[in-house]
Design a binder for this molecule. Structure first.
Ligand SMILES: C[S@@+](CC[C@H](N)C(=O)[O-])C[C@H]1O[C@@H](n2cnc3c(N)ncnc32)[C@H](O)[C@@H]1O
Length: 309
């Protein structure tokens, strides 16, 4: 089987979440093809990993890849916020989030994540989910569409794009990725069409985030993960854009009474990694450690004041 996703910041996550030779439990909340989990299981012989992914197809790829590790690896097909909400298992040592979607989704899933291929507009990670991308583009009213393209895509031409979508769909439902990419292309000014990224990139990102409720799942999952973490245990989060990074950063700052922030500034991939895998360029890694004992709240207030937050 071929694995198409390159796991980002491998050395950094392996060294921040390092159990050495001791027995430990890690939850890989975004298993994907199992790239990170594979590295951890190979490097740390007494580590057990529970891997979560809402996409059953990619999860099967990971399960296949990691089958040689026997009962040291377990896969669960679940949203990560849902997993932590009901978690009543043993306290965990490490939690890893590598947010977003995988190269598999763009290249192999056939679910319309990429405007580079002609595919049905779907974009669901959960193939049984009720809402897909064609429902959003065809059924949302113009204001809601413009708002979501602006909010989740940070797209400056969101209103023009929403108007063009609504205009087009008066004659026919928008079913395919290339139809939508053409609508966006025609809606934006000429100079916007020839920049570094295709003009439909941000609209596609916004739809994917909406369909999968991606941003709304982050904080509830972090809350559950912190509760389940052992004192001294660590959480590492890799994000790829500011919409993902901001809630993580603020969550960690808001919980400084129980968490030590180990990466005052988020870590970024080395130049070498960016050259080898250009999509790594936008990655940011934040890591926290759960304190043995809750900090005095007055100390937290002083810390905010002293560090000028
Ligand atoms: C960036 S990929 C992970 C790649 C993986 N770390 C590797 O090295 O192969 C993110 C994965 O998380 C899954 N995913 C994203 N959000 C999720 C969520 N809220 N709950 C469960 N799975 C999620 C996606 O389906 C995708 O496979």
């Amino acid at each position: 089987m071929q694995y198409v996703h390159y796991s980002v910041m491998q050395n950094e996550v392996l060294s921040y979440l390092d159990p050495g030779d001791r027995e430990a439990l890690m939850v890989d909340c975004t298993l994907g093809e199992g790239g990170h989990s594979n590295l951890f299981l190979r490097k740390y012989p007494n580590l057990k990993v529970i891997g979560l992914d809402r996409d059953s197809r990619i999860m099967e790829k990971a399960r296949n890849r990691l089958s040689g590790f026997g009962d040291r690896f377990e896969a669960r097909n679940i949203w990560f916020d849902g997993f932590w909400k009901d978690y009543d298992g043993p306290a965990v040592d490490f939690v890893l989030f590598d947010l977003g979607i995988s190269v598999f989704h763009y290249e192999e899933s056939g679910r319309g994540f990429s405007f580079k291929r002609q595919e049905k507009l779907d974009m669901r990670l959960d193939v049984n989910g009720e809402l897909d991308a064609s429902d959003v583009v065809n059924d949302y009213d113009e204001v809601s569409l413009a708002d979501l393209i602006f909010r989740y895509g940070e797209e400056r031409y969101s209103r023009r794009i929403a108007a063009a979508i609504c205009n087009y769909r008066q004659t026919k439902r928008i079913e395919y990725t290339n139809e939508l990419a053409d609508i966006v292309w025609n809606a934006v000014p000429n100079e916007y069409r020839h920049r570094r990224i295709h003009p439909a990139t941000k609209t596609f990102q916004a739809l994917r985030i909406e369909v999968n409720g991606e941003l709304d799942r982050i904080v509830p999952a972090l809350e559950g993960a912190v509760k389940a973490l052992k004192p001294g245990g660590r959480i590492a989060v890799i994000t790829f854009h500011s919409l993902e990074d901001r809630p993580v950063k603020w969550f960690f700052k808001d919980h400084e009474n129980i968490l030590e922030i180990l990466t005052k500034k988020p870590l970024e991939p080395t130049e070498e990694e960016c050259e080898m895998n250009p999509p790594s360029r936008s990655a940011k890694l934040r890591v926290v450690e759960k304190l043995e004992k809750e900090r005095d709240p007055a100390r937290k207030r002083n810390k905010y004041r002293d560090e000028g937050y």
